[in-house]
Design a protein around this ligand. Structure first.
Ligand SMILES: [Fe+2]
Ligand SMILES: [Fe+2]
Length: 255
């Protein structure tokens, strides 16, 4: 009988556990270049540099043990619970749309309009968010999420959307959208789905109300009917944006 088939003694089990813990500790977590760029540094983690600090270390190639564990086949709801840094703004917007009697596409678009900001990246968040959801939702929903990036800078008083006071506070009164945003707005103005995207802006809650009661459970059915959850798990499927979800699940994989 070799040591792999006989049951391990208590001390062997303890040795094994200790060895596993050591490996766990040796699994060095690295950062992507984007994190350094955000800190104003053009630099990157390299294996040589990291080995100088952690001789003989291996690098994390799976889940980051510091983050909430994701289930084997994650759903959009799991990302809401384990990876989105904030739900309140999205839930408030979607609740606003629900109470205003908007259709389910608009409600879903409101629920997802800023997922890029809460989970991933701020710059061009409408474009990133649209790309993340595109394979899983009706084209009108992802179009609306993409386009809200531009529309929110342009008032439409008739639709109930003045230029947000909050933007003056956030960006200053001299902020002018870049030409690519102006061009996006011009293209969107006569588009058949203009109002779907405009309704994201109308239901966008710029002043956060800490007392508003919002609950993700209220939207589980709408998500179920309008978001095509892949069987393999969101991010473990082969859609053109699955890698974006995987990156959120395993943000510190070395490669
Ligand atoms: Fe937004
Ligand atoms: Fe928003």
């Amino acid at each position: 009988m070799n040591q792999h088939t006989r049951p391990q003694s208590i001390s062997e089990q303890a040795d094994h556990l200790e060895e596993e813990m050591m490996h766990e500790l040796e699994r060095v977590v690295t950062k992507s270049t984007l994190h350094y760029l955000s800190d104003g540094e053009v630099k990157m983690d390299t294996s040589v540099g990291l080995w100088a600090q952690h001789p003989g270390a291996v690098f994390n190639m799976g889940p980051d043990p510091r983050l909430p564990p994701m289930p084997e086949k994650p759903t959009l709801i799991d990302y809401f619970k384990c990876r989105f840094a904030q739900h309140a703004h999205l839930l408030q917007s979607a609740t606003h749309a629900l109470k205003a009697g908007c259709n389910e596409k608009v409600i879903l678009a409101c629920l997802l309009h800023d997922i890029a900001v809460v989970s991933f990246i701020r710059c061009d968040h409408g474009y990133w968010g649209a790309q993340m959801i595109e394979p899983y939702v009706d084209e009108e929903v992802s179009w609306a999420v993409r386009t809200h990036q531009a529309l929110r800078f342009f008032p439409d008083e008739a639709a109930g959307y003045p230029y947000p006071e909050m933007y003056v506070k956030l960006f200053g009164d001299d902020y002018k959208p870049e030409p690519y945003i102006v061009a996006e707005y011009e293209r969107a103005r006569n588009h058949k789905w203009y109002m779907t995207s405009r309704l994201i802006c109308v239901n966008d809650i710029y002043s956060f109300d800490p007392n508003a009661k919002v609950n993700l459970d209220d939207f589980v059915d709408i998500i179920g009917r309008n978001f095509r959850q892949p069987e393999e798990g969101l991010g473990l499927d082969s859609s053109p944006s699955a890698h974006m979800w995987r990156t959120m699940m395993w943000p510190n994989r070395f490669l």
